[in-house]
Design a protein around this ligand. Structure first.
Ligand code: V47
Ligand code: SF4
Length: 362
């Protein structure tokens, strides 16, 4: 029997041992328990059941083609309006130039997301993917959140299915998990009123899975959402994963309040960050991977989280802009040697992966 100090976790421990699915109320108990070690032990059992001692990382590069956005999400410090100081937009040649900055280095993924630009046409995005796929045939292109995909459908008058099919044919490899924020409508209206609603986010991922694209999912926590909203978010993702099996990784994103409309809020605590990793591992029993994004929670806590449910530390990244605009104090890049050292020190086996979790040999 897994040792837990909190009596409220005992029934959950039994379910974890037998592999029984956890309920909404179990989720609330996980969200409120003070027994963080018991919670971690439970999550670790599931983590080891699914991924053994493996801890994955990737050598990747982030490209943000524009920070100009028609939306004004209150939690976002990255976006600008067209004439604001600091607003930038790369043309296709600029994106290629940015990508070629890393020539001579070994990496396997470009992670590409940007704002919803008021003037760029749909063909800009298709062309970007086509040119990158042509010039970097061996690099996986993980690009455009569901929010961007739904925007492309809007500006082109095409269906989600057609946009995703055309992007896939152009060379798109998978979708990142951004834009999910918190699904609860009450909160969404306050933090990102113009953004697509939960059903559209989920429908976009469902359609991506149908056309054969794998995707990730996220949850932005630590702002004005409640425990009920967090558990509801996880259960809605679990339901879609039951239907499609198309999600690869879940990434809990710790809210960074700096330079945002919520700058009066404190940063998330270490306790909460670990809890979100463990809780998502336990609730999302059908997700193969849980990622501790070191950029968001810091490399030290990301290392500890490898014993609290996480089996992935994301990657070398290089030039992260979104969280750093909101005051992240982490470095913008980390070397593979440091990632491997942290994983080994945590008692896990470092495994370099590509985007879809094929092992990359050294
Ligand atoms: O959707 C925006 C979040 C997301 C802030 O799929 C913020 O592997 C914290 O989704 N504080 C984009 N978070 C990044 C993202 C992501 C990152 C790494 C890996 C993957 C993946 C996906 O960043 C946005 C939003 O939820 N975000 N502002 C902020 N102030
Ligand atoms: Fe635009 Fe995305 Fe920032 Fe919202 S979070 S303002 S959609 S860039």
């Amino acid at each position: 029997m897994i040792t837990v100090a909190d009596p409220a976790l005992r029934a959950i421990a039994e379910k974890v041992e037998t592999g029984e699915r956890l309920s909404f109320d179990d989720g609330l108990a996980l969200d409120s328990t003070k027994d963080v070690l018991g919670l971690g032990r439970l999550a670790n059992v599931v983590r080891e059941r699914i991924n053994g001692d493996n801890a994955f990382y990737i050598s990747n590069r982030h490209i943000n083609h524009t920070n100009v956005c028609v939306n004004s999400c209150r939690f976002c410090a990255f976006s600008r309006k067209g004439k604001d100081p600091g607003a930038y937009t790369m043309d296709i040649e600029g994106v290629l130039k940015e990508a070629h900055k890393y020539d001579g280095e070994r990496y396997s993924e470009f992670h590409i997301v940007g704002g919803l630009h008021p003037d760029l046409p749909y063909k800009y995005y298709l062309e970007m993917i086509r040119r990158l796929a042509f010039e970097f045939g061996h690099i996986h292109l993980q690009a455009f959140t569901a929010v961007e995909i739904a925007y492309f459908a809007q500006i082109s008058g095409k269906t989600l299915h057609d946009v995703l099919t055309e992007l896939k044919e152009a060379g798109l490899g998978s979708l990142p998990g951004g834009g999910a924020e918190i699904f609860a409508e009450r909160i969404r209206k306050k933090i990102c009123p113009e953004k697509i609603d939960a059903d559209t986010w989920l429908a976009t991922h469902k359609t991506a899975h149908e056309v054969g694209l794998r995707t990730n999912a996220t949850m932005l926590y630590g702002h004005i959402e409640s425990a009920e909203d967090r558990v509801d978010h996880l259960i809605r993702l679990r339901k879609l994963q039951d239907e499609t099996g198309g999600f690869l990784t879940f990434i809990p994103l710790a809210f960074h309040p700096g330079n945002t409309g919520f700058s009066r809020l404190p940063r998330t605590s270490g306790q909460m960050d670990l809890r979100m990793i463990a809780m998502s591992r336990l609730m999302l029993d059908n997700f193969p991977h849980i990622k501790a994004f070191w950029i968001m929670i810091g490399p030290k806590l990301a290392q500890i989280s490898l014993s609290f449910g996480a089996d992935d530390m994301d990657g070398t990244v290089v030039e992260e802009k979104i969280t750093h605009a909101a005051g992240a104090g982490t470095d913008q890049a980390i070397t593979k040697i440091s990632l491997k050292r942290m994983i080994t020190e945590a008692g896990r086996i470092p495994v370099e992966r590509d985007t879809i979790y094929n092992v990359v040999s050294a």
